[in-house]
Ligand binder design. Structure first.
Ligand code: FES
Length: 267
């Protein structure tokens, strides 16, 4: 019987296959289920968001705007927020802005693990060998671009500010003043989840506490770092919750805007 002391991690060398050339895995459980579930969920989200981005309709029903179309930056928007792109833009306004949240999610440390496993089998799961014959980490193009994550984090914060303003405006009804409908709550939960996703980001925690020899000598940054650390520990949950809820928020606004459902008004 193998003892814990006898288990040695497989060496990782750039340019070679992780896990060794012969044995794929000695795991006997159904290790492929999490990767398959991740792939199915991500594919469903990509399909839905692509359809939404090109649809260019049913994204605004006062006072609700879909998070896929906010901030609306072109002059052909149904809801003028920040018309910095002129009337020459004839396509969906979502196509101008969605690159930033897409880049933020694509370069996220958690999603990297998720899609490297699910789509590239690199590796497919813990203690399962890579499908690819050679491993280079993120040392070469295009994966070296993952280092841009911190910049996408900054862009994500700007988007969060816009979506928070949208959530506040979701309580300001055009003909009745301030009130609350189900959509007001939906947009609020969406904004809260996106903030939690951003604040639990590894880059955010590093901005707070990184690049210091003695963090304890910087009490404000130390305090912020200590508050962010528990959030960072459950970043994966915020990644999934915010991803799924942003799609549900769009769906809700879309169904109300197209007249398929009625938005219940509480007061
Ligand atoms: S690590 Fe996931 S958003 Fe930064």
């Amino acid at each position: 019987m193998t003892t814990v002391e006898e288990i040695r991690p497989a060496p990782v060398e750039l340019g070679r296959r992780r896990g060794g050339p012969d044995v794929k895995t000695s795991r006997t459980d159904r290790w492929w289920i999490p990767s398959a579930a991740t792939a199915a969920t991500l594919l469903a989200f990509v399909a839905y968001s692509t359809w939404v981005a090109f649809q260019n309709a049913h994204y605004y029903h006062p006072p609700y705007i879909s998070p896929f179309y906010s901030p609306c930056v072109s002059s052909n928007c149904k809801y003028q927020q920040l018309p910095i792109v002129g009337t020459w833009w004839k396509l969906s306004p979502a196509l101008i802005i969605l690159w930033f949240p897409l880049g933020f999610r694509l370069t996220c440390y958690y999603y990297r693990k998720a899609y490297y496993r699910s789509f590239f089998f690199a590796p497919p799961a813990c203690a399962v060998a890579d499908a690819r014959p050679r491993y280079f980490g993120e040392t070469r193009f295009p994966l070296i671009l993952q280092n841009a994550h911190r910049w996408f984090f900054y862009a994500g914060i700007v988007f969060n500010v816009f979506l928070t303003v949208d959530a506040v405006r979701a309580f300001d009804f055009p003909n009745g003043g301030w009130g609350m409908g189900l959509g007001s709550l939906v947009l609020t939960v969406n904004a809260v989840l996106l903030w939690l996703y951003s604040l639990s980001c590894h880059s955010c925690r590093h901005i707070a506490g990184g690049r210091l020899n003695q963090l304890a000598k910087h009490p404000v940054r130390h305090w912020i770092w200590k508050k962010l650390t528990p959030l960072n520990a459950i970043h994966m949950r915020f990644a999934w919750a915010s991803l799924i809820f942003v799609a549900l928020t769009d769906l809700y606004v879309r169904l109300v805007a197209s007249g398929l459902i009625h938005d219940p008004r509480f007061f």
